[in-house]
Design a protein around this ligand. Sequence first.
Ligand SMILES: [Zn+2]
Length: 73
Amino acid sequence: MKEVHNTEIAAIQYYENAVSIKQKDYVKLQCHCVLCNTQLELKYEKLDCFEIKELASCPQCQIRTRTKAYPLN
Ligand SMILES: [Zn+2]
């Protein structure tokens, strides 16, 4: 799906700018559904200048696997 692909690129670009390679590997591990191993749809919402909210959901199971807020520093 085109939309998923775009979201993925946005996520990768975000992480490349924000974190180290080691952390990016960790992120990769977190990018698949624990139930069916489908690549998760990741969405990021900027809460304010200091925090980003991450929403991950599986397009296959239709479950939201996590909602997390990251501080930007
Ligand atoms: Zn799934």
